[in-house]
Write a protein that binds this ligand. Sequence first.
Ligand SMILES: [Zn+2]
Length: 303
Amino acid sequence: MKSEKRRQKILVSLIVLGILSITLFIFNENEGYILEQTNNLSFGNLTQTQITEYSLTETTEYQCTLNMPEERTVILRIDDITPWNNLNLMEAMTREIIDRDYGASLGIIPKRMEEDRELIIWLQEINQNEKVELSQHGHEHSFEEFGNLNYEQALEKIELGKEIMMKYFGEIPLNFIPPYNLASNETIDALKDSGFKTYSGGTRDKLVEENFIREGYDATTYKYFTEEFIYAEEVLEDCNNSLDEKGICVIMFHPQDFTEDGKIVDWKYQEFIKVLEGLEGLDAQVVSFREGFCREFTSQTLQ
Ligand SMILES: [Zn+2]
């Protein structure tokens, strides 16, 4: 009688466990399905279906004369364009900017770019718009990647990243954004020798030379040191102060500023929109680094 009861107990436990497993399985399946669907939705309007790969002989190299802009100038910088960020969000943010006829520099992490075909296709398409500039954001984006490198080490990483940019986008980038906004002096030398014209690091990075301009960010939607989300009102105030002071304001965004666990948080995203709406009141042109600093633009194909 006792062993019969025990058998029944075990049986009931097994049934409960079984039901629980099935529920969990269905839940996971659903979650996967929902994610897949959202991803597919955003690509409905893409005309391109295949990745174009460029050879060296098809690569375009730009030349320009550097000049500080005469009018008040806001530069928008979106860092961490990479497969691990939310593509729907990167696409939406860029769309909001170009729909207002503003420009932006997208900070692309070259390494592992090939892991996201859709991301490359989208970037190739968005790059047709001259308001959009593709900047090189380091090579692999390891912690303070360029912070302590000597000249040779820096040059090697810069060139590795640049080759990936050339392969997928058919052009040599002009602007470099170091991961964590940090780079050694030797990295700056290597960047100059590698043909970069502009550089955007941290808030204290300001230096105008004949063939190289350093212009760090002045306002941001997220302060990494204090792990603090910054509301549009403060971003616009910081930006306006910078414009009053030196005529330039660089705003740094990261797509992940507006997400939690990879999902877009609506109220945060609305703050991004408020920043864009508020730019109208700053009496400034809103452009990429290239449009802001490069004059007498010429391009040639590498031989
Ligand atoms: Zn970054």
